[in-house]
Design a protein around this ligand. Structure first.
Ligand code: DAK
Length: 259
């Protein structure tokens, strides 16, 4: 399925849909076309019954070093408004399947924003995150100030956003930005291992868990719990709920179909 894409590589194996950023000569700097390609493939994976988990990683020596500065350098506010590129980024929030990011080298600026949109993140030892936008006279615009603050709180977010400093994978782990640090040579192996584990779970449960957890970020507790309850009830209409509970009673492994 890679054919036709200029800046990413794609492929499905063992129910895992891979997306590999592929502009290594510029550390996978994210240009407009690349973002459009990422979203197009994510949406096609989201519709594809053969995919249960999406994995995003980068080729070469970095996940990605942010948005393509050459593409932005001469843009005016009006260009940005008329191009409405944030509309593509916003589509990320609608992906229903779990997305696992595998970060090595750098995840800076827009790439950090992309990583923060992943549901789970593994980082290679030595990986660095950060928002260097301030050094360029701009600021994050694809959710960085909001998602980072919700995750780490105002104080750390201000420090990192004001200074543009790079955050080590250890610090990222300490602040709950990532799930795990792994040796660089094991990054893909460990990511795929985790993806495989999730791919074995009932897809509808995973889908509604993701939806419910994301609501927790935006909703007050009571509203979030009402939302959770509806999803809980919904799962009792699924074949997988019957299969999961029957398999338990029959002391065998369940065979989940996503129905
Ligand atoms: N854009 C374009 N080229 C880049 C790049 C980038 N972001 N990052 C690296 N490169 C290129 C370098 O220019 C260099 O190209 P050549 O000189 O070889 O032709 C090549 O990649 C290798 O980079 P370095 O030689 O610099 O490698 P080093 O190991 O020495 O340094 C570095 C690695 C990551 C520390 C450094 O490359 C660096 O500081 N890169 C820039 C980081 C940065 O400021 N990123 C952009 C932040 S602003 C938007 C959505 C999102 C955003 C904006 C708009 N809309 C929807 C409108 C997001 C904005 C940002 O991300």
């Amino acid at each position: 399925m890679s054919e036709g894409y200029q800046f990413i590589e794609t492929g499905i194996s063992e129910q895992i849909g891979m997306i590999t950023l592929n502009r290594p000569h510029v550390l996978n700097a994210l240009n407009r076309t690349m973002i459009f390609e990422i979203l197009s493939v994510m949406e096609s994976y989201d519709r594809d019954d053969n995919v249960r988990v999406i994995v995003l990683n980068g080729k070469g020596r970095a996940f990605a070093a942010g948005a393509d500065i050459d593409e932005m350098a001469n843009a005016s506010s009006i260009d940005l408004e008329m191009l409405n590129q944030f509309a593509d980024w916003d589509r990320l929030a609608w992906i229903k399947k779990p997305i696992i990011g595998a970060v090595h080298g750098f995840a800076l600026g827009g790439a950090f924003e992309l990583a923060l949109c992943c549901d789970l993140l593994l980082a290679a030892e030595g990986a660095e995150f950060g928002f260097p936008e301030v050094n360029l006279g701009i600021m994050p615009g694809a959710g960085g100030t909001q998602r980072l603050t919700k995750l780490v709180g105002k104080t750390k977010a201000m420090e990192w956003l004001f200074t543009g400093k790079r955050i080590s994978s250890r610090e990222a782990l300490k602040y709950g930005l990532i799930n795990q640090i792994v040796a660089p040579e094991l990054l893909i192996e460990e990511t795929v291992k985790l993806a495989r584990q999730i791919a074995l779970q009932p897809p509808l449960s995973i889908r509604l868990i993701k939806e419910s957890v994301l609501k927790a970020v935006d909703y007050p507790l009571y509203e979030g719990m009402q939302f959770e309850r509806k999803n809980f009830y919904l799962l009792f209409s699924s074949e997988d709920q019957k299969e999961g509970m029957k398999a338990f009673q029959e002391k065998r492994k369940p065979d989940f179909k996503g129905r």
